[in-house]
Design a protein around this ligand. Structure first.
Ligand SMILES: Cc1cc2nc3c(=O)[nH]c(=O)nc-3n(C[C@H](O)[C@H](O)[C@H](O)COP(=O)(O)O)c2cc1C
Ligand code: SF4
Ligand code: SF4
Length: 290
């Protein structure tokens, strides 16, 4: 997408574009509104296209989505309904043995595509895995990380002198060792403790540098979770698999993650074979108002 100018015949000189573009590409000159981007610093956020009441902003390769409620999105869904939808989301770990049709996966990716991102970079890419053999391979490779963690926990009285902060806390908490033992025992009993037999796994990768790419991917993932829920598809964010895909070079290569990028999120998807009857509790809000 590239903004190239203004259709002066359509322009009513309302200056909405001037006020909205925080990179000052639009300005008033000789009683008309002009657009200039000599240094190519437009972030392609499309806000000028979206804000112009007469559709006078001209762009190349711009896919604009017209819908009445764009003018007042508060009309789309009432807060109470949105909260039910949010509270109704659960991490699903019991899936039906049923494939997700490709069109449904594409609908979920489309929702992720509309996520906000720092400087509108939209820098996340996807790897979609639906082959059960490949999901099993990913799961087995992830288990290697868990076995490594088990070894580390055995050496915790030595390692604690070399590990600090959150990692040290994790290492010394005996409950973590017990939880890990349980997961490994289930794996050794033949269960898929990583993806829970999900028929689809989506991996998001983005640039390795900075923290914003990771937040962006996390937001995109959340969009995907809610889109999936609206389609009757359950999801679970997979932290172990994400960590494994970052650390295990073989896995990273197998996934085809290019140099300079890292796995920022892994999502398991499938039709739930479990029904929940109420939303579980959450911690009370901890807020400091200033
Ligand atoms: C992690 C993150 C950081 C952001 N930081 C800023 C910021 O510092 N200043 C700002 O004006 N917008 C910021 N944004 C908003 C983005 O510029 C915006 O999401 C993007 O241009 C797309 O526009 P949209 O959200 O209207 O779709 C941020 C968005 C994200 C997700
Ligand atoms: S796309 Fe965004 S940054 Fe570019 S000219 Fe329009 S409002 Fe400004
Ligand atoms: S928002 Fe559209 S109509 Fe208004 S000044 Fe800008 S180009 Fe002209």
């Amino acid at each position: 997408m590239r903004i190239i100018g203004i259709n002066q015949e359509k322009c009513i000189k309302c200056e909405q574009c001037v006020n909205e573009c925080r990179h000052h590409m639009f300005f008033k000159e000789d009683e008309s509104i002009k657009f200039e981007d000599p240094d190519d610093t437009c972030i392609k956020c499309g806000h000028c296209l979206a804000v112009c009441p007469t559709d006078a902003v001209i762009a190349e390769d711009a896919e604009v989505f017209e819908f009445e409620e764009a003018r007042d999105p508060s009309q789309i869904i009432e807060y109470e309904y949105l909260m039910r939808f949010i509270r109704g989301r659960r991490s699903i770990r019991q899936f039906k043995d049923k494939e997700i049709p490709k069109e449904q996966i594409e609908k979920i990716l489309e929702a992720m595509r509309y996520a906000p991102s720092g400087s509108n970079k939209q820098s996340w890419n996807y790897v979609v895995i639906t082959d059960p053999e490949k999901i099993k391979f990913f799961s087995d490779q992830t288990m290697k990380l868990l076995y490594l963690l088990k070894k580390a926990l055995k050496l915790k009285f030595i390692l604690r002198f070399f590990v600090f902060g959150g990692a040290r806390k994790l290492l010394l908490d005996p409950k973590n060792a017990m939880r890990l033992e349980r997961v490994i025992a289930d794996y050794e009993a033949g269960k898929d403790v990583i993806f829970f037999e999900a028929p689809c796994v989506i991996v998001l990768h983005a640039p390795s540098y900075g923290s914003v790419a990771g937040w962006d991917a996390g937001i995109a993932l959340t969009h995907g979770m809610f889109a999936a829920q609206a389609l009757g598809i359950g999801t679970c964010n997979m932290g172990f698999a994400q960590e494994a895909a970052r650390r295990n070079k073989k896995l990273k290569k197998w996934l085809g993650i290019p140099k300079g990028r890292k796995v920022q999120a892994v999502l398991a998807l499938g039709y739930p074979s479990v029904q929940f009857h109420r939303a579980p509790p959450r911690n009370e809000l901890r807020v400091k108002y200033m």
